[in-house]
Each structure stands twice: as C-alpha cells, then as structure tokens.
Design a protein around this ligand. Structure first.
Ligand code: FMN
Length: 341
C-alpha cells in the first residue's frame, strides 16, 4: 500500500474495508482475527454501552462507507465524518503526505465528504449499530463564520436519531477561519441551540495549538454551557515538530504525541469527573493508550498509527489495556480512568 500515493492508498483501503467486510465469510475471518472481546474493557458512557475504549479517529471514514468493516477490525466505537451540510471536494491535491520514518502524517484534506444528505442515508441503513457511532460535524468552507451556527444546527437535526454522540469540529486547521470559532460566544450559543434539537451527548473536539490556560478556559465554557465531553486533540499546525513538514495542513501521529498528551493531561487534571474526556493524538500502542486512560481518558481514538501498523494494532491495544488493568488490580476499565491524576 505504501507504494501508492497516500490518497490512492486510502481509497484502495476504503474499497476493501467497505466491500470486503460485507461478505459474510470475510467478516467472520476479520472478527476472528481482530476483535478482542473482554468484559473488563466494557463500560457505559452517557448511557451507551462501549465494548472497548478504542475508536477510529474522525476523518478516516468521512462518508460512513466502512461501518461494518471497521467494527470487524476490532474498534469499540466509530467516529464518522467530518460531515458538512453540503458535499464538498476539499482542498486541491496533493493534500495528504506520509512520513513513515517518523510515523507521521500531514493532511490538508479540507473536509472532503459526500455531504449530510448522502452520509445520513448510509448511516440510516445501519443505525442503531452493534457498536456506538459518533458523528463528527463541521461547517462548509463557503459558509461564512457569521452563519456557521446554522450549519451545525442543520447537521444536528439531520443526525440526531442516527448516532450515539455528536462531535463539534471547530478545530480542523484546513478550513479557513474554523479555529476562530473556538471562542466563548460561539461555543455557548452553539450548545444552547443544539441542546434544543437533541438530547444526545455533544462533544467538543479541540486543537492542540493553544496554551493550557486557553484550553482550560475553552473547556470551562464548553462544560458549563452544556457540552457532554471534550476530545483532545485534533492535528497540529506546529510545523517545527517535523523537519520535512509542509507549511500547510495538520500533523498527526508520532510528532503530535507529546503535545497532544501534555495538553490532555492538563485538561484532565481540571475536568476529570466534571465531564467525559477522549484522548487522541499519537497513540501508537496499548501501553500509550493505557497511560491516557490512567490520566483521565474514558475513551481513546487512533488514526495515524492505524495507517502505519494496520488492524493488528487495535487488537494489541485492547489486549494490552485488558492485561494492564488486571495487573494493576482493576476489575473494570471504569475504575482505572483518571486513577493517576
Ligand atoms: C488524513 C486525516 C484526515 C483527518 N480528518 C479529520 C476530520 O475530518 N475531522 C476531524 O475531527 N479530525 C480529522 N483528523 C484528525 C484525527 O481524527 C485525529 O484527531 C488526529 O489525526 C490525531 O490522532 P492520530 O495522531 O492518532 O492520527 C484527520 C486526520 C488525518 C490524518
């Protein structure tokens, strides 16, 4: 797969994961090889049952074409999207770059997706599903900031009965002006409007490129105005982390790991028990995921290392978390979350 250009490789993977996994014998084979079931990993969050804490990060299945395949590869929940109200093609290519020696990806995709109408129809065919489904939503590039709230309202309306949680994405670096929405006025009026539309949990996904003080301020407003959880973090625009970095798009994977985890820990110290926290950014193995859980993550997500290491990673992560929980004397994952804080 690494011989192909990164976006072609992604499209080939999507083809096999979406088509292959619908064949019963293939699905059977995948489940037997990759799904690790263990009650020590299962928990209820927002009244929803999560069989294991490892989710696919948003952006991998933007169009909801791989629901069956990804669940057969062992994920405990799926975050689909980012979906925008109307279909859009995203930024000009090339916009996806791999740095295998650094286990890092740089992307400037720009929310290329089939749009809410098509994606919601696909999700509707499957939902409710065997594992929880989150829908990550974002505004269209052409929607001005003043009317961004209308995009999020429309998306919440469309997906409110088709998911277990909704993630508000105002942290992608690839839609001009999007990160400017990470401000008090927008966040509090947005959640007020969305809560009128749906009782489903609504999570805020934040960028790693802010000071801890700013992140704490943002989370404080989000939690006090009604958000049900924080996902930290999206990709970084700190290009100093990688010598070969382009000067556009966001970096993910190994070079993001420390930055993302440090910000996550700072947030968790303040917000563990006040809200639910999801850690994402540079998770490469079970030990790393377990560390996030001990530091306050109820769930984790993986994207980049899934590309580099393949589906065996998800099984390894789940097996390792289960083993470490037992070694540390925990009866269930819920007892371990935040125990190191
Ligand atoms: C190619 C690519 C596309 C992404 N698209 C999205 C997206 O549409 N929405 C979003 O919230 N995050 C998106 N992300 C960010 C990931 O969900 C995740 O937050 C980030 O990559 C850090 O995790 P990782 O180091 O495990 O990859 C994308 C990441 C990559 C690499």
């Amino acid at each position: 797969m690494f011989k192909f250009d990164p976006e072609t490789a992604h499209n080939i993977a999507e083809f096999f994961i979406s088509k292959g996994a619908t064949l019963p014998f293939v699905q059977d084979l995948l489940v037997r090889n990759f799904v690790y079931s263990d009650s020590i990993l299962s928990q209820q969050l927002w009244g929803v049952h999560f069989p294991n804490p490892v989710g696919i990060g948003a952006g991998f299945d933007k169009n909801a074409t791989m629901i069956e395949g990804l669940s057969a590869l062992g994920f405990g929940y799926l975050e689909l999207g980012t979906v925008t109200p109307r279909a859009q093609i995203g930024n000009p290519k090339p916009r996806l770059f791999r740095f295998p020696k650094k286990s890092t990806i740089q992307n400037a995709m720009g929310f290329n997706n089939d749009g809410s109408k098509v994606v919601s129809r696909r999700v509707d065919d499957q939902y409710p599903y065997a594992i929880p489904i989150g829908i990550n939503i974002g505004k269209n590039k052409t929607t001005p900031e003043e009317s961004a709230i209308e995009d999020y309202k429309m998306l919440a309306q469309t997906f409110k009965d088709l998911c277990d949680y909704i993630t508000i994405n105002i942290s992608s670096p690839n839609t001009p002006g999007l990160r400017d929405l990470q401000n008090e006025a927008f966040i509090s009026s947005l959640i007020g409007e969305l809560k009128k539309i749906t009782p489903k949990p609504i999570l805020l996904k934040i960028a790693p490129d802010m000071s801890l003080d700013d992140a704490l301020g943002l989370c404080d407003i989000a939690v006090s105005s009604g958000f049900d959880g924080i996902i930290a973090t999206n990709t970084t625009v700190d290009y100093s982390l990688l010598d070969e970095a382009k000067n556009f798009g966001g970096l993910s994977g190994e070079v993001l790991r420390e930055k993302s985890f440090t910000l996550f820990c700072g947030i968790a110290k303040e917000f563990h028990k006040k809200t639910k926290l999801i850690s994402v950014g540079g998770i490469c193995c079970g030990d790393e995921a377990y560390e996030r859980i001990l530091n306050g993550a109820s769930l984790v997500q993986i994207y980049t290392q899934f590309i580099f290491k393949g589906p065996s990673l998800i099984r390894e992560v789940n097996e390792t978390i289960a083993r470490r929980l037992r070694e540390d004397g925990f009866g269930n994952i819920s007892e371990a979350i935040g125990s190191k804080l």
